[in-house]
Design a protein around this ligand. Structure first.
Ligand code: ADP
Ligand code: MG
Length: 301
C-alpha cells in the first residue's frame, strides 16, 4: 500500500505525484440557494459523491444502490424509518464501517473527486478530515481540557494548546459554561454539555466534515435547541451530514434531505434504499415520491 499525502489546504487526501487513482470528477449538480448562504464563493461544491453504493454486512445487503451528492458547508439530513440504513450510509462516509467485521462497500464514493476507498487512502487520515459525533455523548473519562486536547496531541501538536482548547470550546458554544472548570471531569457535565464537548473535541482537529448520528436523541428539548443553533453556526465553516429520526429537526436544520426506506425483496429480506433526495424545503412541501409524502405526513414509519 502506498502512502497518501494529506493536503490540509484543500482538505483532500491526495496521492503523491505519479500515483494512480482519484482522477474522476463529480458530476455537475445545480446548486440552489438555501438559507441565503450559497451566494458566497465556494459554497455548495460537491464534497461527497456516492455512485451506485451498496453496503453489505457479510452477505446481507443492508443498503442498495445509493446515488447522492453532499455539498460543501451545507447540512444534509438523512431521514427514514428505523433500520433503513441511515447509520450504515453515514458510517461509510468516513470509513467507520471498516471497523465492523464483514462490512463491505460496493460502488464508488468520492471525497473531493478522490476515491475514498482507494488502496492508497489511509482511513485514519480520512477520519481526521471527516469527524463523527454519536447518538450518546461519549466524552473520555478525562478533564474537559484533556478531552479537547486529545486529538491535537495525537496529531503531534505541542504548542498553543490553550488557544486550541478555547477556540474549539467557543466554536461548540460551550466555552462560557466551562472556562472556569477546564480541569474538572468531562463526565460531570450535563448530557447536552457533554454532546457539545464531543462536538468541540471533533472540531479541535479541524476537520472539514462533521458526521452526526442522531446527536440529539439522548437530549432534552432545550439542549436539543442549543445543538441545532450550534449546527447552523457550524455550517458556515463545516460540511455537516446528520442522521435524525426527528423530521421537524431535519426540516429546521438541514439544507438538503435524503429520505431512505426499506424494501422487502422476494425472499422477505429488507434492504435500505434512497427514495428521494432534494432541497429540504421541497422535500417537506412538495416531494416527488408518494412514499416521501406518506412518511413526512406521518402516514407511515
Ligand atoms: N454491525 C452490523 N452488523 C450486521 N448488520 C447490521 C449492522 N449494523 C446495522 N445492521 C443492519 O443493517 C440495516 C441498517 O441498519 P442501520 O444503518 O443501523 O439503520 P438505521 O440507522 O436507519 O436505523 C439493519 O437491518 C441492521 O440490522
Ligand atoms: Mg441509526
Amino acid at each position: 500500500m502506498t502512502q497518501s499525502r494529506y493536503t490540509a489546504s484543500t482538505g483532500t487526501l491526495r496521492t503523491a505525484p505519479g500515483e494512480d487513482g482519484g482522477t474522476d470528477r463529480p458530476s455537475q449538480v445545480p446548486i440552489p440557494e438555501v438559507h441565503g448562504r450559497l451566494l458566497a464563493e465556494g459554497l455548495g461544491e460537491v464534497v461527497f459523491e456516492l455512485a451506485d453504493v451498496s453496503i453489505f454486512y457479510g452477505s446481507y445487503q443492508a443498503v442498495r444502490e445509493v446515488n447522492m451528492t453532499v455539498h460543501s458547508r451545507q447540512i444534509t439530513a438523512l431521514i427514514g424509518p428505523s433500520g433503513c440504513g441511515k447509520s450504515t450510509v453515514l458510517r461509510c462516509l468516513n470509513r467507520m464501517n471498516d471497523l465492523i467485521p464483514g462490512a463491505r462497500v460496493e460502488g464508488k464514493i468520492t471525497y473531493h473527486t478522490e476515491n475514498l476507498y482507494a488502496d492508497y487512502v489511509d482511513p485514519i487520515q480520512v477520519r481526521r478530515r471527516i469527524g463523527m459525533v454519536f447518538q450518546k455523548p461519549n466524552p473520555f473519562p478525562k478533564s474537559i481540557y484533556d478531552n479537547i486536547a486529545y486529538g491535537p496531541r495525537v496529531n503531534g501538536v505541542r504548542k498553543g494548546m490553550d488557544d486550541i482548547v478555547e477556540e474549539a470550546l467557543t466554536g461548540a458554544a460551550l466555552w462560557d459554561e466551562v472556562k472556569d472548570k477546564l480541569k474538572q471531569s468531562a463526565l460531570a457535565l450535563s448530557g447536552g454539555q457533554q454532546q457539545r464537548l464531543c462536538i468541540a473535541r471533533t472540531i479541535a482537529v479541524k476537520p472539514e466534515v462533521i458526521l452526526m448520528d442522531e446527536p440529539c436523541s439522548a437530549l432534552d428539548p432545550i439542549a436539543t435547541a442549543k445543538i441545532e443553533d450550534l449546527m447552523h453556526d457550524l455550517a458556515t465553516q463545516y460540511t455537516i451530514v446528520i442522521v435524525t429520526h426527528n423530521m421537524q429537526q431535519a426540516a429546521r436544520v438541514s439544507d438538503r434531505t435524503a429520505f431512505f426506506t426499506a424494501d422487502v425483496d422476494g425472499e422477505g429480506v429488507r434492504h435500505g434504499r434512497l427514495v428521494e433526495y432534494d432541497v429540504t424545503s421541497k422535500m417537506f412541501t412538495n416531494p416527488s415520491d408518494r412514499r416521501t409524502e406518506d412518511y413526512i405526513s406521518g402516514r407511515f414509519g
